[in-house]
Design a protein around this ligand. Structure first.
Ligand code: ADP
Ligand code: MG
Length: 723
């Protein structure tokens, strides 16, 4: 008899095991059992052929309506055409030179047919489909008949391995399988009324009825969420048990000074999050917190206040930014906000002031040496940098806090690398640019405490967004340039965003997220700049901005723009995150359909950051009612980043929802859909917490401990931050 760990080869033989390995990478029975059906077909209920779309890989249940073999025109060979039907619509199946199939593909028989829907002479067809005929009535009851059940599981298949072959393999495996021991704690199982594990595995593949299938599936989906939440909950507790230096707020320090000079009042949300962070920092265990917030909600100040608290306590704080543009901007902002407080070591210094230093890949040797010395000696309390911060040569005197800005640009490894630069585990604050739905956060960042900033600072004007269909209303594009001129005439500034740097190339250096196919006609910065400069924006101070410019030029350009010396920045998405020039009020985004929903929301967040209303114009060639237009309309009507990120994520495949650094999650999460299964994830999280709170090492639950270890050992579970 076989167990979950038994190799497939022992049950299915060499050849089949090889095919399963080649096509799906499966080696053990457990692997194959987790190849769950995508849906079930009911025996006798034929697939609705009308709904099949060209290009789909399909498995259909249909009845043979006609079968004709005829010679090819003017060529050797014959074509055997079988027409199948669901009772109304028809689909043709074609086979070349396979007249012998006439014997089995007889009119009236039902079967499963699998292939890619193509078209020929305007008719949909499957060329050379794989098929499996349903046995004729008299052998239905035979015990070994794989179609004995009423429900036929449909698996995601490959051309080498059609759905029914997978079903056959599963049947053999399930027949050979010993009773599988359950790892789910009895109290949880009975609370939710879930079937036992063995029962669930059998019923999901070969259900007695759809109700059983649903319950099996729910239990197995719950398992995925539960195990993951358990893992995360345990990591969180492990981190909480590490020792760190407590950094309680000090009276009369930099932070207090800074607060008293702050030109505005913190929002209620900023105050709340700040006090959460201050609580964390005053504990002798590392803070491990995610700050996610709406675009423009003022995350930077919150981070700076945390950094100052740590400096006040004698430590240093490092801020890791995704781009040089952003890193230098942070230095400028901090220096401006801190004034003499950041002039340590100079004549202008305030009492107990500190210094800020910048570490980037592009700085020259002398300035780098100086920065490294400042960081190493502890003279710089605040160190801001790009990836260069991770370099071996960068040392700190006493690194007490790490802030990761715009976390989606960084992998977990980079965060961990920075942590190794502290002698005692540092406090960590991670900030995301893009707000994400709660369950996504709980799944990706479940080992972090989460703070959320929804509210924007007072006095912020709304951003009005319009979609401009360039093909239907070209004069509206003209009007967009006029709007820029009007704003500039009032002393304001503008951004024009284009998807490409150079025309007609594959150069997407600055692009994160492309929809659809390559189109050579996309607007590029290098074309658009001169066009606008000599045309609709003539006389304005226009400058290009993109990732291919030298860091020096980028920095100069951003400085000049921030100081109002440039009116219009023509840019790629390098300005997408973080860039903060409150005087900019208009943004025109070319080929807007090329960007993701959240990305557009981020981009748009560059305007309306001051006290004047913002305007964002989304120029597109996409036609009314197309999916692209619907997406753009959604961005135009909503300013809620959380809502938009949900729309964005709903359009991605599950693996992409969790992001590339979470790729390992994909192999474990077969059934769980983070957005769809929100309530289940909430339940699983509560259950997981209640278990680890009373029994952290799972002494009472040895099977569960084993299962968790499998998940942990699975190198793929590296996707989760290890604290
Ligand atoms: P994000 O959360 O997108 O990173 P920032 O931290 O860049 O946003 O803040 C956006 C702008 O709002 C900055 O110019 C910042 O100085 C300003 N700001 C932050 N907090 C407040 C506040 N409480 N009142 C007024 N302006 C604020
Ligand atoms: Mg920011």
């Amino acid at each position: 008899m076989a167990t979950l760990d038994t190799k497939l080869v022992n049950v299915l033989g060499d050849r089949t095991a090889k095919v399963l390995y080649k096509n799906f990478g499966y080696m053990t029975i457990a692997d194959l059992l987790r190849h769950y059906p995508r849906r079930y077909m009911v025996r006798g209920e034929l697939t609705d052929i009308q709904t099949l779309q060209e290009g789909d890989e399909v498995t259909i249940l249909a009845q043979i309506h006609s079968a004709v073999n005829r010679p090819l025109h003017g060529r050797k060979g014959s074509i055997f055409e079988v027409v199948v039907t669901d009772g109304s619509a028809k689909l043709s199946l074609t086979f070349f030179n396979q007249a012998w199939r006439e014997k089995e593909l007889r009119v009236g028989r039902q079967g499963l047919f699998a292939g890619k829907v193509g078209s020929f002479n305007g008719k949909r067809q499957l060329a050379h489909p794989e098929y499996e005929l349903i046995p004729d009535g008299n052998d239905v009851d035979s015990a070994v008949n794989k179609f004995a059940g009423k429900y036929l599981p449909v698996y995601s298949a490959t051309s080498k391995l059609p759905s029914w072959k997978i079903a056959q393999c599963l049947e053999l495996v399930i027949d050979a399988l010993d009773e599988v021991e359950d790892y789910l704690p009895e109290e949880i199982k009975s609370k939710h009324g879930y079937p036992a594990l063995h029962e669930a595995l059998v019923q999901v593949h070969n259900p007695a009825d759809l109700d059983h299938a649903d319950r099996a599936r729910e239990r197995l989906t719950f398992d995925e969420a539960f195990l993951l939440q358990l893992l995360l909950a345990r990591r969180r507790i492990e981190i909480q048990q590490l020792d760190a230096v407590a950094r309680p707020i000090r009276r009369g320090g930099l932070l207090e000074n800074f607060d008293s000079e702050l030109p505005f009042e913190l929002t209620a949300g900023q105050k709340k999050v700040s006090s959460e962070i201050e609580n964390d920092l005053s504990a002798p265990h590392p803070m491990h917190r995610l700050l996610q917030g709406e675009v423009g909600s003022g995350k930077t100040i919150v981070a700076l206040r945390a950094m100052l608290a740590v400096v006040d306590s004698g430590g240093q704080a490092a801020l890791l930014a995704p781009t040089e543009v952003l890193a230098s901007q942070h230095v400028r902002t901090f220096e401006k906000l801190l004034g003499p407080l950041a002039q340590g070591g100079t004549l202008d210094a305030a009492e107990n002031s500190t210094r800020i230093t910048l570490i980037t890949g592009s700085q020259n040797a002398a300035s780098r040496r100086e920065s490294l010395a400042l960081a190493g000696s502890g003279d710089a309390g605040i160190i801001i940098g790009t990836h260069a911060l991770l370099n071996e040569s960068v040392q700190f005197q006493d690194l007490g806090l790490i802030v990761i800005d715009e976390q989606h640009r960084f992998g977990v490894e980079q965060r961990d690398l920075l942590k190794t630069k502290a002698s005692i585990p540092p406090h960590v604050l991670v900030m995301t640019a893009t707000p994400i739905p709660r369950t996504v956060a709980m799944t990706i960042f479940g080992d972090l405490d989460i703070s959320t900033l929804r509210e924007l600072p007072l006095g912020r004007q709304p951003i009005t967004t319009h979609v401009i269909p360039a093909l239907e209303k070209p004069h509206h594009v003209e009007r967009a340039w006029e709007r820029i001129r009007e704003e500039v005439a009032q002393g304001r500034q503008a951004y024009v965003v284009a998807p490409r740097i150079v025309a007609g190339t594959d150069d997407d250096a600055d692009m994160d997220f492309l929809f659809g196919e390559e189109t050579p006609t996309l607007t590029s910065v290098e074309e658009l700049g001169p066009q606008l400069h000599s045309g609709p924006l003539s006389g304005l101070r226009v400058a290009p901005m993109h990732g291919k410019l030298s860091n020096e030029v980028k920095d100069q350009t951003m400085r000049a723009f921030a100081q109002g010396e440039i009116d219009v920045l023509i840019s790629t998405t390098v300005i997408e995150v973080g860039v903060d020039v409150p005087n900019a009020t208009v943004m025109v985004i070319m080929d807007a359909d090329r960007f993701g929903v959240s990305q557009l929301h981020q981009l748009r967040g560059r305007v309306g950051r001051g006290t004047s209303p913002g305007l964002c114009l989304l120029v597109t060639n996409a036609v009314t009612e197309s999916p692209a237009r619907i997406r753009l309309d959604a961005v135009a009507v909503s300013q809620d980043g959380f809502e938009l990120s949900r729309i964005d994520l709903e359009q991605r495949r599950e693996g992409d929802v969790l992001g590339s650094s979470q790729s390992g999650a994909r192999s474990h999460l077969k059934l769980l859909k983070v957005l769809r299964d929100e309530p289940l994830i909430e339940l699983a999280r509560l259950d997981a917490l209640s278990i680890v709170e009373k029994d952290f090492s799972l002494k009472e639950y040895p099977r569960l401990a084993d299962e968790l270890e499998i998940l942990e050992q699975d190198s793929s579970s590296q996707f989760i931050d290890k604290g």
